[in-house]
Design a binder for this molecule. Structure first.
Ligand code: ATP
Ligand code: MG
Length: 602
């Protein structure tokens, strides 16, 4: 890591295939004629509005059925970042068309996390926060248009029968006997489905495309099903609900989305996305140009699990303290851990977007956080594994201030006072009674500098009955105080971190490490076979958190929740946003100063 100051916000994101598409669209004026009524709606409503002030529209469409994770952050930075860079808008849309599953708790948390990452869906008079469940009337209108135009039919087969008729990758499907129902009969049945006349599963509305299509997704996909369920937004109003693949393109079109960016697993759905919107545009339900679906590869990160199912398991089985456990790859966890929004931005820019699946090294993620924190975090001193150092020639009861710069790269941030006294805490590893080769810190007869303080000469140590060192003795050199004339004359190699026993204070510090000890939790290589599955819980890192009581320099007492610091030599720490009290912050280690995993061969 370079120590040179770096303004990470000024690093322009590298271009990528999505930006190339947008550049070409803008150059061709593809979207210039669109109109926008200021609200989602069908084509006629939009056409009656003013020209769309947004050059492009993107969206981030989470399903409110869980907490956002690092993968979502990639999608958020991408979609909101494109809108920002191209004078566009990015909508936050809750894709809540599935009844029963969604919860308000998730909606609130998602809103918080997107804001925390630094993005807004409110620009210049627009408030682009939407709920797909507000669109059910329009979705039904779209479905009825498909029926009226001969593009959809009600199938009364059971789910099993439909599955049997679907065919396989190599074998065409078979037409349902209900496929040739008249438009009138289809319309009548769909109305009665909506009226609640049938139980779940009795009928289903299907698009009428091609049962022999090589793309299975085009073999008359289901678009509306009967589901007698209460929806958190629309209550008992509906007993039919749209399938996701039908709802999503319509949501995009209703919101004037120009570039609908999703992950690669939807690539096979793109022909249906296009088929559906083409039919609806033919019927003038939507204006052209229609939204374009573009796929990119999802984020996979070594040592990290992003599967919703497995994350739920971690929480429910209490392998972590909750969704916001600082070891969780959720954004609420990341925030508590001390990771920064700027670090996520930098990471998203560094990894870029592509269409090929890859596994990103966790070190890259941590390095982005280090880079941002190195720049942003003030320095402080904390002794994590304390050993008492007694300065025998310093008068008892006396103290004086030493001064330490708050940030080595930013002198404008000034200095802080660190009280010095007769008894200090130093790190246990900074003393060796019998030094190993090359050891430069304290051992009897050696001199070393107390950082930002005095040079001391070690005179010996005290031990308990078991031979454990319980205190180290030294004498200080009164004319060696850092920053005073002549102090540079002392050429000592060792540097010690210290906190005054009388002035420092003990605080809870949590040393977090990776939650998993294996780069691909739950899978491993066996000869030529890769990704052999086993229980991912077996790969939990047993040392992923250590709670200690550390000695902190007095100025840290004033730290407020979420203040970030570099504890010199130990890493970056944040005052926990929930457990810190006024005057008694609790610190979480965000990341160490250097990666210790790569070289240790873990
Ligand atoms: P589910 O399995 O419940 O659908 P999901 O992870 O797809 O889970 P969504 O709420 O549907 O969750 O995701 C919202 C958006 O985030 C989607 O557009 C999706 O493409 C994107 N997204 C989800 N996971 C990742 C990932 N690992 N990398 C990049 N984008 C992701
Ligand atoms: Mg999804």
């Amino acid at each position: 890591m370079s120590n040179a100051p770096k303004d990470t916000s000024a690093v322009a994101p590298a271009t990528n295939f999505i930006r190339n598409i947008i550049d070409a669209d803008l150059a061709a004026g593809k979207h210039a004629q669109r109109h926008w009524s200021g609200q989602p709606g069908l084509g006629a409503q939009q056409m009656a509005g003013a020209p769309d002030p947004a050059k492009i529209r993107t969206r981030f469409p989470p399903e409110p059925n869980g907490y956002l994770h690092f993968g979502h952050a990639k999608s958020i930075c991408l979609n909101f970042g494109l809108a920002r860079d191209y004078a566009g808008r990015c909508h936050l849309r809750f894709d809540d068309t599935n009844p029963e599953k969604e919860e308000k708790e998730y909606v609130d948390s998602i809103i918080d996390s997107v804001r925390w990452l630094g993005f807004s869906w409110q620009d210049e008079g627009e408030n682009n926060l939407y709920y797909a469940s507000d669109y059910f009337d329009w979705m039904v209108a779209c479905a009825e248009y498909l029926i009226a135009s001969g593009n959809a039919y009600v199938d009364s087969h059971s789910a099993d029968e439909m599955r049997a008729n679907r065919g396989t990758l190599t074998q065409a499907g078979t037409d349902s006997p209900f496929r040739e129902r008249s438009i009138e009969e289809n319309m009548n049945l769909f109305k009665r489905m909506q009226a609640g006349e049938f139980p779940d599963g009795a009928h289903i509305l299907r698009a009428k495309i091609d049962m022999a299509s090589p793309n299975i997704n085009l073999r008359d996909p289901a678009i509306y099903r009967i589901r007698h369920a209460t929806h958190h937004n629309t209550g008992a109003k509906w007993c039919v609900y749209p399938m996701y693949t039908f709802a999503h393109p319509i949501e995009d079109a209703l919101e004037n989305i120009t570039h609908s960016i999703c992950t690669l697993e939807f690539e096979d759905q793109r022909p249906f996305y296009e088929w559906l919107l083409e039919r609806l545009a033919e019927g003038n339900l939507f204006q052209r140009p229609l939204p374009q679906q573009i796929e990119f590869s999802r984020l996979n990160l070594s040592y990290v699990i992003l599967s919703k199912r497995k994350l739920i398991q971690l929480v429910e089985e209490k392998h972590v303290s909750g969704w916001d456990d600082p070891r969780m790859p959720t954004l609420v966890g990341a925030r508590r851990r001390g990771y920064t929004p700027e670090g996520f931005q930098l990471f998203a820019d560094r990894i870029g977007v592509s269409k090929s699946d890859s596994l990103i090294d966790y070190v890259l993620f941590e390095d982005c956080m280090r880079e941002v924190l190195n720049e942003a975090a003030e320095r402080r001193i904390a002794v994590l594994d304390p050993l008492r150092l007694i300065v025998d020639n310093y008068p008892e009861g006396q103290s004086e201030d030493c001064f330490a710069p708050n940030h080595p790269l930013k002198p404008e941030l000034g200095k802080r006072a660190m009280p010095f006294g007769r008894e200090l805490w130093i790190e246990r590893e900074d003393f060796m009674e019998v030094p190993s080769k090359g050891y430069r810190r304290l051992f009897p007869g050696n001199t070393a500098r107390l950082r930002h303080g005095f040079v001391v000469k070690c005179t010996g140590c005290d031990k308990d009955a078991n031979g454990n060192v319980i205190a180290v003795h030294c004498e200080y050199l009164a004319d060696s105080k850092s920053g005073t004339p002549g102090s540079d004359n002392y050429k000592v190699k060792g540097n010690l971190h210290w906190v005054s026993v009388a002035h420092g204070y003990a605080a809870e510090v949590r040393l977090y490490d990776r939650l998993f000890a294996h780069p691909a939790p739950g899978s491993y290589r066996e000869g030529d076979r890769i990704d052999v599955e086993r229980d991912f819980l077996d790969d939990l890192n047993t040392g992923s958190v250590q709670v200690i009581s550390a000695w902190l320099e007095p100025s840290l007492r004033q730290a407020r929740a979420e203040d970030r610091f570099q504890f010199e030599r130990h890493g970056y720490f944040v005052a926990d946003r929930f457990d810190s009290k006024d005057g008694a912050p609790v610190f979480n280690r965000t990341v160490t100063l250097k990666d210790s995993w790569t070289k240790s061969g873990n």
